[in-house]
Design a protein around this ligand. Structure first.
Ligand SMILES: Cc1cc2nc3c(=O)[nH]c(=O)nc-3n(C[C@H](O)[C@H](O)[C@H](O)COP(=O)(O)OP(=O)(O)OC[C@H]3O[C@@H](n4cnc5c(N)ncnc54)[C@H](O)[C@@H]3O)c2cc1C
Ligand code: SF4
Length: 509
């Protein structure tokens, strides 16, 4: 008997384990289903990217001679769920085995685990071997460690892959060149013009479908310029290595009003959907360094994001789920302000990030961490609502990578499992790294009162609200000493300004 091989929307890789032993008579199943497209209100561009990339991948497999059953969202018999589509395919064919690669979300993993009992065939769930570090390897590293510090994990990955190694030593003598990578963007640096991809007929069909079926979802669908094939994603990588990588390190932490991409790669959506291979991307960056096309601080910084952070957050997610997302170490419970969806706020920095996000289903790391993430942290927004927002609005968002970044890194909701202290910052950090404050109706230099930058008083209010939970953290001891030196009147003003602000944005308690 034959095998049914289910391929998910983020498994668009020729060498995916579910297709490894494909034989004539087998059937590859791919399905656009309402359940997956709608369990959070995904950005229209995210849905369009995935559906179009799935359709292109299916036709590529057909071109290789594979038999593919592709279910479109608007097919009349579409059951609306992955399980429903598997059942339909099993009913209509003669299969004794279902093969699938493990999914990237705990929710789906639980569902797949239940299929062996529910379905009338044997179910094989295979390992996802598209990561540089297997989950067994990550767990072996994590076992018995008091702190799971990313930097030490990253060093082991450098040694194991040989990336940027000079024998047993790191290239250039240091493991990490982060201190060189914190420059703001000078006015005279010109940004490279992005090479986007014109949508072909298949993508145009998907754009019409998404507009028709998801009119109320967040975000702007067009113009649509993301790559949807492996070949075009490779071209985006080539473009980045030539035009973005040389300055990636220097301006990695910079922010600029109206500029979404700066020198960032915009490759996460392709990596996460399987259109690019992470080790290959790192090796291509390393080659650029060896050939003198990009400096070490840029290449090391870029490789660290993929070989270090990306692999590390995946390990953290699977090691600590499902408990991980139940944690709310700071007991934050205010609702998400409406401006996360509408961009209707006087805070120029937040408005800029939400506007960028609406346009592109993209924001770079510092926008996500130090603007929208920092605001949610300082304002004590419920982590569940924040996680749902990040999962919905970014084209690269899947829970395995979104949750540790949001829940752990941005919100400190995991109680410090990932970060040694909360990434909390006042307006002066944003002012140092960006030009937002010059264009804001609030005054960054004012600490209190109606014109004061909300990040300024919310920062101290956050420290006061969380005193019992955070003052034992030695990395915050100086800050708490500064807080203690403040007059009672000043502390009262911080509380009053914060309460007034929460009321004004509709999240007071
Ligand atoms: C609150 C928050 C939520 C996030 N949610 C997601 C998400 O849903 N999906 C996602 O892929 N990334 C997420 N990130 C990480 C990071 O912001 C994005 O990977 C990055 O902005 C993608 O843009 P880029 O491809 O231009 O990245 P670049 O800055 O060019 O970095 C290169 C690559 O490194 C990887 N990378 C960089 N930082 C991280 C990180 N912290 N974790 C994992 N991979 C990383 C990505 O694959 C990225 O493509 C989140 C970060 C924060 C602070
Ligand atoms: S003044 Fe405050 S709110 Fe306005 S842009 Fe600067 S940091 Fe953001």
């Amino acid at each position: 008997m034959a095998t049914l091989r289910l391929v998910l929307g983020d498994q668009l890789t020729d060498t995916i384990a579910s297709l490894a032993d494909y034989e004539e008579g087998d059937l590859v199943l791919m399905a656009e289903v309402a359940e997956e497209a709608g369990y959070v209100p995904h950005h229209k561009k995210k849905i369009a990217f995935l559906f179009s990339a799935m359709r292109h991948f299916a036709s590529r497999l057909q071109g290789q001679g594979k038999s593919v059953r592709y279910v479109r969202l608007d097919d009349t018999d579409n059951s609306g769920s992955l399980k429903g589509e598997v059942e339909r395919a099993l009913d209509e064919g003669e299969f004794d085995t279902l093969v699938v690669v493990e999914p990237g979300e705990y929710r789906l993993k639980c569902e797949f685990d239940s299929w062996s009992e529910d379905l009338d065939c044997s179910v094989q769930i295979r390992r996802d071997d598209r990561f540089i570090c297997s989950l067994d390897r990550f767990n072996a590293w994590a076992e018995d460690r008091k702190r799971l510090t990313m930097e030490y994990f990253y060093r082991e990955m450098r040694r194991e892959t040989g990336l940027l190694m000079d024998g047993d030593d790191p290239e250039g003598g240091q493991w990490n060149y982060d201190k060189d990578n914190r420059k703001s963007l000078p006015d005279d640096v010109s940004l490279p013009e992005r090479a986007f991809v014109d949508p072909d007929a298949m993508t145009q069909d998907v754009l019409s479908l998404v507009e028709e079926r998801f009119p109320d979802h967040f975000g702007e669908l067009e113009p649509f310029g993301y790559a949807v094939t492996n070949k075009d994603a490779e071209e985006q990588l080539d473009w980045f290595i030539k035009n973005g990588l040389p300055c990636f390190g220097d301006y990695q932490d910079a922010l600029k009003q109206g500029e979404a991409f700066l020198f960032h790669s915009v490759l996460s959506l392709y990596l996460n959907a399987g259109l690019l291979d992470p080790l290959d991307v790192c090796q291509r960056a390393e080659t650029a360094y060896k050939q003198g096309r990009a400096p070490l601080n840029a290449v090391e910084g870029f490789i660290r994001q993929i070989l270090g952070w990306r692999e590390y957050v995946r390990g953290i997610y699977w090691r600590f789920m499902p408990d991980y997302l139940e944690r709310n170490a700071l007991e934050a419970d205010r609702p998400l302000p409406d401006f996360y969806w509408s961009a209707d706020t006087d805070m120029a920095c937040v408005r800029d990030v939400v506007t960028t996000t609406r346009k592109h289903a993209y924001a770079h790391h510092i926008q996500r961490l130090m603007i929208t993430g920092n605001f949610a942290l300082l304002a004590g927004i419920d982590p569940k609502a924040v996680n749902e927002w990040y999962l919905a609005v970014y084209a690269d968002a899947y829970e395995w990578v979104e949750a540790p970044n949001t829940h752990g890194m941005a919100l400190f909701a995991d109680g410090g499992l990932m970060a040694t202290k909360p990434y909390a910052a006042s307006g002066s950090y944003i002012n140092k790294m960006s030009d937002h404050c010059k264009q804001c109706s609030y005054a960054m230099s004012k600490k209190n009162g109606p014109k004061a930058c909300p990040f300024n008083y919310l920062y101290w209010n956050f420290l006061m609200e969380n005193r019992e939970r955070l003052e034992g953290n030695h990395r915050l001891s100086m800050i708490y000493k500064t807080l203690d030196r403040m007059s009672d009147d000043k502390r009262e003003a911080v509380r009053d300004d914060s309460q007034r602000f929460f009321k004004r944005i509709g999240i007071e308690q």
